[in-house]
Design a protein around this ligand. Structure first.
Ligand SMILES: Nc1ncnc2c1ncn2[C@@H]1O[C@H](COP(=O)(O)OP(=O)(O)O)[C@@H](O)[C@H]1O
Ligand SMILES: [Mg+2]
Length: 233
């Protein structure tokens, strides 16, 4: 098992964002976490990444408890998040944004940065421009490129399709499939239920901090309980 969360509880003051969530991701899997706004999806990813401290519960990565470890340490181990809203630095260059993805490394990332530019030619053309010139789709590519430079074993993406046009959403999900084919495990938080279920192997559904459904993604795509709540049927 690559990543495992056991009975995670996360609170912000009196708001209980996660009320005992357990999930796992195997090597080679695409797993999606679905749920409405406020369900606790971002809190879950932040707890897994080490950006919020769970009130209780355990996070294990590559067979070891990492619950007390910092976010930077986890990145160094290959547990890498692409946060909600991209969180790129708009006033610095595209290139410097990419360099920040390599901050946990001691070796020279130049060759891997060139590989990122080959994968995303739009970024290559704008490498010396401030990231503010990028479109929403290009900013998402930059955020994913930056995450790739940390050499992830597991990439966690928080609503990457948010605000993208249907064509760019398709490009994004194609990219997620490519990354999976190249050996990455992926934990994908989405509100685009259709695309996420079509892409993932397994899915979890969060509702107000609790998992209410989980299982095979294809089976859930035709599950009437899913249809009622999330597929607009
Ligand atoms: N920093 C915070 N401070 C207080 N409450 C928060 C904070 N972040 C999230 N919450 C609350 O926790 C709950 C879950 O939020 P979140 O994890 O962002 O859900 P989602 O990503 O599914 O929209 C919501 O009720 C939200 O208002
Ligand atoms: Mg969120």
């Amino acid at each position: 098992m690559l990543l495992e969360a056991r009975d995670l509880h996360v609170s912000y003051g009196r708001t209980q964002a996660l009320k005992g969530v357990s999930l796992h991701v195997e090597a080679g899997e695409i797993v999606t976490v679905l749920g409405a706004n406020g369900a606790g999806k971002s809190s879950l990813l932040k707890a897994l990444q080490g950006m919020v401290r769970p009130a209780s519960g355990d996070v294990r990565f590559k067979g070891e408890s990492i619950t007390g470890r910092s976010a930077a340490w986890r990145v160094g181990q290959g547990l890498v998040m692409v946060p909600e809203g991209r969180q790129i630095f708009v006033s610095i260059s595209v290139h410097d944004n990419l360099l920040m993805g390599a901050y946990t490394r001691r070796d020279d990332p130049s060759r891997e940065i060139e590989a990122i530019y080959e994968r995303f030619p739009n970024l290559a053309q704008r490498r010396d421009m401030p990231a503010s010139v990028l479109s929403g789709g290009e900013q998402q590519m930059l955020a994913i490129g930056r995450a790739l430079l940390a050499r992830p074993a597991l990439m966690m993406l928080d609503e990457p399709s948010l605000g993208l046009s249907p064509l760019l959403v398709k490009t994004l999900f194609d990219l997620i499939r490519d990354l999976h084919r190249e050996g990455l495990a992926i934990l994908l938080v989405e509100q685009n239920t259709h695309m996420a279920l079509a892409t993932a192997h397994r899915a979890y559904v969060l509702e107000l901090g609790r998992l209410v459904l989980q299982g095979d993604a294809q089976a859930l795509a035709s599950d009437p309980r899913m249809a009622a709540a999330y597929l607009g049927a």
